[in-house]
Design a binder for this molecule. Structure first.
Ligand SMILES: Nc1nc2c(c(=O)[nH]1)N[C@H]1C(S)=C(S)[C@@H](COP(=O)(O)OP(=O)(O)OC[C@H]3O[C@@H](n4cnc5c(=O)[nH]c(N)nc54)[C@H](O)[C@@H]3O)O[C@H]1N2
Ligand SMILES: Nc1nc2c(c(=O)[nH]1)N[C@H]1C(S)=C(S)[C@@H](COP(=O)(O)OP(=O)(O)OC[C@H]3O[C@@H](n4cnc5c(=O)[nH]c(N)nc54)[C@H](O)[C@@H]3O)O[C@H]1N2
Ligand code: SF4
Ligand SMILES: [Mo]
Length: 727
């Protein structure tokens, strides 16, 4: 007879909980929460609604939030496991200092603040204010993004503030501004469902914006056709009507080819073009200048497939085009984005039901975080820091003079170059892990080692923070009130569920205390709550293109989110832009932008004959600091690997799971091969969520888009060989 199962209570009684895993305050039961808190997932730009179960000031689990309209209770594997971060044994509970020979030791907040402030003041006194830089991130709420923008300019008084969206959303932002004068997805996602044809360019939606899949499938159920441009057959591409496995880094040639087909087949909407756009003649000429055979040769896509794509797109009555980092992470990122928009404008399918266009925003608050002023060239409301009228308005809101407001600073990768060159000597970072996420990790490591002072603010000790002098224990998503803005442009409420544990502090309190100690209280002391910050943000954004003035905490909660622009209290918000076909450009028209194909910086040669591209897997998030600590997600994908086609693998005698060395002009990794037929035979793919010797960014190139400054993560040239397992 089988033994009855031993109860968990009995096991704990006999053995006790494992001490290393006991969260501060001990274990509490998983059921019977004290409360359920309706908030949003801390990870990607979908910003799914979720309910956190809270007991004794700890998050102990989650429940779906069925009423939230975007995801209606659906979540991906990361959303399901996100709650496991709070009680994690690695959670930083105290500020720390890095003592040579001893490593990090806990210190008091007094010491953490005074050491940081003294170091900053010393560096500033010797080298000027711009020798101190601030790097920020957009997992942070709108309130924190706004506060940091103001803090860096008026607290630290440096021009050198930038953010991790520079590695993410800036090509899309620049392209959208060129074409529409405004940087947001043009439609809410419901419009996807009503499209007859959907074109996905460089976006692995099923793994990276998982809930978008649901909208696409609903469109498919209604008969929509799907075209996917990706060098890999991603999960969504397995179901598509036309897969275009483009050679990484050559999308602009392919998109020029598709535009040419629209022109030659008479599938352009001449009335729309004449009435509502400018720049068509140059754009048309640019498309006609590249023969289809040439577009095919460059992009590796057969002429007949380019023609099929053009016809499928051109003949539809409604359509939705979406792109993400696959085309944006490029030294031609902005060219690629405007090339996509050119296809939308040429067919005039925008601003009405089922006719839309979107860049799929990546980070949790990648949308709101790119509007409220922690970009090096930007002020709140998506204003331009170099525009005198924009400066004047923000000075009036902030109560400072024009002389007190620094000008345009440097981008995040430029800041790292300047640290390497010894021009920037002190750094504060929050919510950014550049050692893992910037291209050419060896260069980043050298730079970090040159800093005279570095303070990092995080809730885990990420790999970059290993190089810090001071680490400040900040707060998790569920430990502060705020708002964020989803990929759709929907402004939503992030709710505080629990207090920061131990001696950790709310990020906001850390920034405000730094401002106070820099003697700049007058600009910050009126902020008592997150809502106070939001209310100032509303005013600061008023009249800008990203206008939040009509959005309040109360409205967001009552309406389950409000779409910006929302310029007045009584304004309903704007789920779908451009219904009146009046664009935010100076002439009120949507702008075509002529693109001429430019080759990538690195072309395959005898020494480095294989093209490398990089990206993500469903179970890990960004630099992995968070998801590499969640057991269930690690189990799904414990280590990075090299996706390689059987033909290429055979040429090097590599079999599935063999170890292989991948080397570029920057560095190398040794990883296991994953032999798959779903990738181009001239290309390998490595997911980038791991640090150190497993980091894809050991290989990538410090080459940037000239307009947006985004790195070329999606194309480098490498050599490959079979290898022994790493030591
Ligand atoms: N699971 C998970 N989800 C995430 C994230 C995460 O880290 N993990 N991060 C979030 C963030 S910040 C972002 S930015 C988004 C990113 O979301 P995506 O952009 O969808 O993700 P990536 O994997 O970076 O790249 C997308 C696809 O581009 C393809 N690709 C590579 N090179 C090229 C090329 O030259 N041309 C074209 N057309 N395609 C190419 C890759 O094969 C890949 O399938 O995901 C968000 N969601
Ligand atoms: N090779 C290659 N490199 C890439 C990419 C690629 O596709 N290929 N993608 C790029 C893209 S799109 C992106 S977005 C970047 C992302 O790169 P990073 O921004 O460097 O990555 P994150 O993992 O988000 O690092 C953020 C840190 O913020 C912390 N954090 C998160 N939330 C909070 C918070 O609320 N408060 C505080 N104080 N800290 C917080 C986390 O613990 C983590 O340590 O990587 C880029 N790098
Ligand atoms: S990671 Fe993105 S798709 Fe997954 S649950 Fe969170 S917000 Fe939703
Ligand atoms: Mo991103």
């Amino acid at each position: 007879m089988a033994k009855p199962p031993v109860s968990v209570e009995k096991l704990i009684e006999d053995f006790g909980p494992h001490p290393a895993h006991t969260p501060p305050g001990g274990w509490v039961g998983r059921d019977d929460p004290d409360k359920l808190v309706k908030t949003h997932c801390c990870f990607c730009g979908m910003q799914c609604g979720i309910q956190l179960k809270v007991k004794k000031d700890q998050v102990i689990g989650f429940e779906p939030w069925e009423e939230f309209p975007f995801n209606k209770g659906k979540l991906c594997p990361k959303g399901v496991k996100r709650y496991l971060q709070g009680g994690h044994p690695d959670r930083l509970l105290n500020p720390m200092k890095n003592v040579p020979g001893q490593g990090f030791i806990s210190i008091s907040w007094e010491e953490a603040f005074s050491t940081t402030i003294k170091a900053i003041q010393d560096v500033r006194a010797k080298n000027g204010k711009d020798s101190v830089a601030f790097l920020s991130g957009v997992s942070l709420t709108n309130e924190k993004s706004y506060l940091i923008g103001k803090f860096a300019r008026l607290g630290l008084q440096t021009a050198n503030l930038d953010y991790n969206g520079r590695l993410c959303m800036v090509s899309a932002g620049a392209g959208n501004k060129k074409a529409f004068g405004l940087d947001r997805a043009s439609n809410y996602w419901e419009d996807i469902v009503h499209a007859e044809v959907i074109l996905l360019a460089g976006t692995n939606v099923a793994e990276c914006s998982p809930i978008t899949t649901d909208y696409i499938w609903r469109a498919r159920d209604r008969g929509a056709k799907l075209i996917v441009i990706d060098p890999r057959v991603t999960p969504i591409a397995r179901t598509c009507d036309l897969h275009l496995p483009v050679l990484p880094g050559t999308d602009s040639a392919l998109l020029l080819g598709i535009l040419r087909v629209l022109i030659e087949e008479g599938l352009t909407n001449e009335e729309f073009i004449a009435e509502y756009t400018s720049g068509w003649e140059e754009t048309k000429a640019a498309a006609l200048a590249l023969p289809l055979e040439e577009a095919s040769r460059i992009s590796g896509i057969k002429v007949e497939d380019i023609v099929r794509a053009g016809k499928m797109w051109g003949e539809a009555k409604t359509s939705f085009l979406m792109h993400a980092r696959g085309i944006e992470h490029s030294s031609k990122g902005v060219d690629n984005v405007v090339s996509c928009i050119n296809l939308v404008l040429a067919t005039g399918r925008i601003g009405r039901k089922g006719c839309g266009y979107a860049t799929i925003t990546g980070q949790g608050n990648g949308q709101g975080g790119r509007e409220h002023g922690h970009k090096c060239d930007q002020l709140p409301g998506n204003r331009d820091i170099s525009n005198p009228a924009h400066r004047e308005y923000i000075c009036s809101v902030w109560g400072c003079t024009d002389e007190e407001l620094p000008g345009k600073g440097h981008t995040a990768p430029e800041i790292m170059e300047m640290i390497h060159a010894g021009e920037i000597k002190a750094l504060i970072s929050i919510c950014f892990n550049p050692l893992v996420s910037l291209p050419d990790s060896n260069f980043t490591r050298e730079a970090l080692n040159k800093l005279e002072h570095y303070t990092a603010i995080d809730f885990f000790l990420n790999e970059t923070a290993h190089h810090a002098d001071i680490v400040m224990a900040g707060s998790l998503h569920e430990e502060e009130e705020g708002t964020s803005t989803s990929a759709e442009g929907r402004v939503i409420r992030i709710k505080k569920a629990v207090n920061p544990p131990g001696n950790a502090k709310a990020d906001t309190d850390i920034i405000l205390e730094l401002a106070r100690r820099l003697g700049r209280s007058k600009f910050f002391d009126h902020f008592k709550t997150s809502e106070d910050i939001f209310n100032e943000l509303r005013v600061a954004s008023k009249g800008g293109t990203a206008d939040y003035f009509g959005i309040t905490y109360e409205r967001i909660e009552n309406e389950l989110g409000v779409f910006w622009p929302c310029p007045e209290i009584g304004h309903p918000g704007t789920p779908r832009l451009w219904e009146d076909l009046k664009f935010k450009t100076p002439d009120g028209k949507a702008h075509f932008n002529a693109v001429k194909y430019r080759p990538p910086l690195e072309e395959p040669d005898d020494e480095y004959p294989v093209v490398l591209t990089t990206g993500r897997v469903v179970s890990h998030y960004l630099s992995g600091t968070q998801t590499r600590r969640i057991g269930g997600l690690v189990d799904l994908c414990p280590d990075p690997y090299v996706e390689i086609h059987p033909t290429l693998a055979a040429r090097y005698g590599i079999a599935d799971k063999d170890w292989m060395r991948v080397t570029s002009r920057r560095g190398e990794v040794v990883l296991q091969a994953k032999v798959v037929t779903t990738i181009r035979p001239d290309t390998v793919f490595i997911p980038y969520h791991w640090p150190g010797r497993k980091a894809a960014n050991n290989l990538t190139i410090r080459s940037y888009d000239p307009v947006s400054g985004i790195p070329e993560y999606k194309r480098a040239c490498v050599k490959i060989e079979k290898s022994e397992p790493p030591q």
